[in-house]
Every structure is written in C-alpha cells, then in structure tokens.
Design a protein. Structure first.
Length: 105
C-alpha cells in the first residue's frame, strides 16, 4: 500500500509505506467503514439494490487488496448482470469450472 497523505508539495510529504503508524490507522479506518457498510448491505431486502451495494463493497475490497473478502462477497450477488460486470472487472474472482480444476483421465 503506498497511498499518499499530506500535501504533495509540503516538506512533510510522505507515503503510507514510509509511515507504518499512518498505515495502521488507515487500515483500522478501512475495517471500521467496511464493517458499517456490510451491516447496511445486510439490511437491504431488494435483491437488485443489495447486489449493487455488494458490487461497491467488492470494488473497495479489491482496491484494498482483499481478494478473499471480495470473492466471498461475490457469492452473495444474486443479480446475474451485476455478477457478470464484477467478473469482467475482476476475472480473478471467477469460480473455476470443475472441468478446469479436475484433470482429465
């Protein structure tokens, strides 16, 4: 993670990679906001809007490098075209076909 904080023109300019305490602070904020967003998404009963909310959570998870969380969230997307859009954007989240996993005899 090498996000920038502070004003890039200032003498105090750093990246998160240069400041482990700031990196931990940002990770904690991310986890807090993600937990809140998950609680909100859990309460959405309409499958379209729930899938759309999960899509946004997957986008954030992928930007944060949480591929496993994104993959777990993808299982809860019930709207086919939203699932396809996510799988197009993040092909690494697709489930492998059994024929690709099991070798032929």
């Amino acid at each position: 993670m090498s996000a920038v904080y502070l004003n890039p023109g200032s003498e105090d300019y750093q990246t998160l990679a240069d400041a482990p305490e700031q990196q931990q602070y940002e990770r904690n904020r991310y986890n807090e906001f993600r937990a809140k967003a998950l609680r909100v998404a859990d309460e959405i009963t309409d499958e379209f809007f729930r899938s759309a909310a999960i899509h946004l959570l997957i986008d954030v998870s992928m930007k944060a490098g949480d591929d496993d969380d994104a993959r777990a969230l993808l299982r809860h997307v019930e709207v086919d075209f939203i699932r396809e859009k996510i799988e197009t954007a993040y092909p690494q989240l697709k489930h492998q076909k059994l024929s690709d996993v099991v070798r032929q005899r």
